[in-house]
Unconditional design. Structure first.
Length: 298
């Protein structure tokens, strides 16, 4: 195979592939149907032209037949008048016309046969066209149903070209949304950390921090004042109050013990030396209790 032949073959194959991809079966069927209808119309037109030509020959034949009758009468009149020469000429014309009539009859017969064949072909073609039309509509319906089913399947699976564009749009929108959400969170975090200076304020971060501390101190002072007004007391004094109560309880217990010891001493009758010992023990325990209370207060 030469270079030109190979190039021609490759070009034809490429063009054929492009045509196959671009071909719409429904449109192709409609086009074929219209082509067959055009062909049927051409056959009908041919039959009409053939019939017209046959009619012309038949008219011409009738005129020749009329001339034959005329020449026949002329020949008889010439014989009656003893004009054999005129009768001979009339008969010669009659013979010529009859020859022409025979030729016309042959042509008319041929046209008639051709007409019958064309009519038969026309009927077959018409029946074929009707069958093709029914099959065409059936094939179009099947193709449209298959195409619709394919589009639905592509839409459900997301593999179609249009659904692919929709999926990509959704992905881009999600990516953009996540990016904006991350950016918003980053801006909030930077703003809370004081990384961004207020464009309308001339204070720096130290000034704002000091103001925050001052505000917290004022709030704490106001809170303590409110607690004092309500009789709650300060938080630090709460611990001291609890310690004082514990000390009072211990002192009460010591006094109860002392009273018990005094009662036992009186019952035993030990005298003044026992009382002196008890006073010394009482003083020691009181000092220890006071020192414990002082430590708890501190």
């Amino acid at each position: 195979m030469g270079i030109l032949s190979r190039a021609s073959y490759v070009i034809r194959s490429k063009v054929n592939a492009l045509l196959n991809r671009a071909e719409d079966p429904a449109e192709s069927l409609d086009y074929s149907y219209e082509q067959m209808r055009d062909e049927l119309q051409d056959v009908k037109q041919g039959i009409a032209d053939l019939t017209t030509q046959k009619k012309r020959l038949e008219i011409q034949k009738r005129k020749l037949e009329e001339n034959v009758e005329k020449h026949n009468r002329q020949a008889r009149e010439a014989v009656q008048q003893d004009r054999d020469d005129l009768a001979r000429k009339a008969l010669e014309k009659k013979k010529s016309k009859m020859t022409q009539i025979e030729e016309l009859e042959g042509q008319i017969a041929e046209l008639n046969n051709t007409q019958e064949q064309l009519v038969e072909k026309k009927n077959k073609l018409q029946n074929r066209i009707e069958e093709f039309r029914t099959k065409k509509e059936t094939m179009k319906a099947r193709y449209e149903a298959a195409e619709a089913s394919s589009r639905v399947s592509e839409a459900m699976t997301g593999v179609g070209d249009e659904m692919e564009d929709v999926s990509r749009s959704i992905e881009r929108a999600e990516e953009r949304t996540e990016e904006m959400e991350a950016r918003a969170e980053a801006m909030d975090e930077l703003e809370d950390s004081g990384a961004f200076e207020d464009a309308l304020s001339d204070k720096d971060s130290i000034d704002r921090e000091l103001e925050g501390l001052s505000t917290n101190s004022e709030v704490d002072a106001e809170l303590e004042t409110l607690k004092g007004e309500l009789g709650k007391g300060e938080s630090s004094n709460g611990d001291a109050a609890v310690s004082d109560e514990e000390v009072d309880d211990e002192l009460a217990d010591i006094e109860a013990e002392i009273d018990s010891d005094d009662l036992e001493s009186d019952l035993d009758g030990d005298g003044g030396s026992g009382n002196a010992d008890l006073d010394e023990e009482l003083d020691v325990e009181l000092e220890e209790s006071e020192s414990d209370a002082d430590e708890q207060r501190n």
